[in-house]
Design a protein around this ligand. Structure first.
Ligand code: ADP
Ligand code: MG
Length: 261
């Protein structure tokens, strides 16, 4: 279970650019939930994920994962719980290294051992098997540089990479935003499959209202660093994308104190 307790995050403290990115934000996410996160530009979506992953340390508040207080733990230490896929297909993988080298690095994510160019035969078999599930023929291209892959292929490999070490939470930050619609659809279906197969808890930031409702079990809307709307179950089943768009627009013109829940 993930518990974010009264999280406050501020950037550029004491400068003209001072900005509260998260304001007293509390959110409990139960095991197996798949939460889609929406909100306007600068609403705090990426900061929320970064706070969970350990790339941002809150000014105050607590981050708990499975009842462990991880607030001051590094992203490296949190890797045994959380894996992350970014919007930019170039982020999170190394273009110069081969596919198998990238996978080998991902496999070492948690242990912190140094990278060795020697990839064991059993590792290679494991990578091949994992990649063959994608149906993209990448299992036959283990030695190709990661940079030779298309954006969609890289995101697919990034998802596979995230599962090479045991972990429980998948944090996805607009990971299909840079892809064409067909490829985005493929990567989304793959995401759903990986979440189901590995019994993961997932947080997925998306700018697509349609994605926000058609994937996952719960939807959270952020506005100005706060949770403006949080919906799941039957109430969510009844929601249309137009409802979300209306909610979204009603917030854009509201003041700082606008709260729907
Ligand atoms: N590293 C940073 N340094 C300074 N300001 C930041 C940083 N990251 C985010 N912000 C600011 O915090 C607010 C929330 O940003 P972000 O979480 O990236 O929003 P979103 O992902 O919803 O678009 C924005 O005003 C953004 O400019
Ligand atoms: Mg963002």
């Amino acid at each position: 279970m993930i518990q974010l307790k009264k999280i406050n995050v501020k950037f550029n403290t004491g400068t003209a650019l001072e900005k509260w990115a998260l304001r007293n934000l509390s959110l409990d996410i139960f095991e197996g939930e798949f939460v889609t996160v929406i909100g306007g530009n600068g609403a705090g979506k990426s900061t929320l994920l970064a706070t969970l992953c350990g790339d941002v340390t809150p000014l105050s508040g607590k981050v708990m994962i499975d009842n462990v207080d991880v607030t001051t733990r590094s992203s490296w230490e949190r890797a045994k719980w959380v894996a992350r896929v970014f919007q930019d297909p170039m982020a999170g993988t190394c273009a110069q290294l081969s596919i198998e080298e990238n996978l080998a690095l991902a496999g070492k994510r948690v242990s912190g051992r140094g990278f060795s160019a020697a990839i064991l035969k059993q590792d290679r078999e494991r990578f091949r098997e994992a990649l063959s599930k994608l149906g993209l023929n990448l299992d036959k291209r283990l030695k190709d540089p990661m940079g030779a892959l298309s954006g969609g292929q890289r995101q697919a490999v990034s998802l596979i990479m995230s599962t090479l070490q045991p972990m429980k939470i998948l944090a996805l930050d607009e990971h299909t935003a840079a892809l064409d619609p067909k490829t985005a659809h493929y990567v989304m279906d793959l995401t759903r499959q990986i979440v189901e197969d590995n019994n993961l808890t997932a947080l997925m930031v998306t700018h697509s209202m349609q994605q926000a409702l058609s994937y996952g079990t719960r939807t959270v809307m952020l506005n100005d660093g706060r949770i403006a709307y949080d919906v799941s179950g039957q109430q969510r089943d009844k929601l249309t994308t137009q409802d979300l768009v209306d909610l979204f627009h009603s917030q854009q013109f509201s003041g700082d104190d606008f709260l729907l829940t």
